[in-house]
Design a protein. Structure first.
Length: 269
């Protein structure tokens, strides 16, 4: 078993869900009681919470749903920096007072809710409430560990393993769980952006996951994607050749499937 892949995946998956429980602090109740944020805002799929280049004057606390934080290069290439969910803060780099404008864009990848807290009110909150400060610092440290894990997976894991890990994170399932959870519909194109590979590769792997019973399409009332904890076996694969062999050229399909009728049909998904 790959020691890097296995150890880090057990460290950060599910850390977000455990943070509030371990501290005994309810951030949503505190924000509502202290009057720091007003009513939570609702964002629909693909709606922007904040955009690169706009004023960095507030922090968002995510109550529900999922949010993608991304940056765009001068050449127009987008890179996903973080995938956030309930209990996460977004845009908190404005607290450092280093960048007067946003350097990233946060976009809802499904319907979500979030509190918007002005920078001055947030600073007042952490100064007046030590428990809130402790909760926020715990989040920052957990995010640092998660970012280190993301980097290690980007460096050492195959695109298939990165996709499996992403789906588990979206579903909020850790490798220790024996569970399944539904994830709102998300396009293969967006998954490809987050994983750092091609849409064709994502389609190929998603179809394989489905055939192996690790995921199911079109479940629930809204046709969500069903993710099972058994998908963690892909993340913890001992080595790349255990499942998919060498990575192909960027934009190329695996040799065994290129040009086949089934692969061409997959690309239409």
């Amino acid at each position: 078993m790959n020691p890097i892949t296995n150890s880090v995946s057990k460290g950060a998956l599910g850390a977000r869900q455990d943070l509030g429980k371990s501290s005994g602090f309810d951030a949503m109740k505190f924000l509502a009681r202290a009057g720091l944020a007003g009513q939570p805002l609702k964002f629909s799929r693909k709606q922007v919470l904040f955009a690169e280049g706009t004023s960095a004057d507030s922090v968002f606390y995510i109550c529900s749903g999922r949010v993608k934080v991304a940056a765009v290069s001068n050449e127009g290439k987008e890179a996903t920096i973080a995938l956030l969910g309930p209990g996460d803060f977004a845009g908190d780099d404005c607290l450092a007072d280093v960048h007067p404008v946003r350097t990233t864009t946060a976009t809802a990848i499904c319907d979500c809710g979030a509190y918007r807290i002005h920078r001055s009110a947030f600073l007042q909150g952490i100064q007046s409430e030590p428990t809130f400060l402790s909760f926020f610092l715990s989040f920052v440290m957990a995010r640092k560990a998660r970012m280190q894990e993301d980097l290690l997976h980007q460096l050492f894991s195959s695109s298939e393993q990165r996709l499996a890990r992403l789906l588990l994170l979206l579903a909020g399932i850790s490798p220790q769980d024996k569970a399944e959870a539904r994830v709102p519909k998300i396009s293969h194109e967006m998954l490809a952006e987050m994983v750092g590979t091609t849409r064709a590769r994502i389609t190929f792997f998603m179809n394989r996951f489905r055939k192996e019973g690790l995921i199911d399409y079109n479940t629930g009332a809204r046709g969500e994607l069903l993710v099972r904890s058994s998908l963690s076996s892909v993340v913890q694969a001992a080595k790349l050749c255990d499942r998919c062999g060498p990575e192909p050229e960027f934009g190329a399909l695996p040799a065994a499937h290129a040009g086949s009728g089934s692969a061409q049909a997959d690309l239409q998904r």
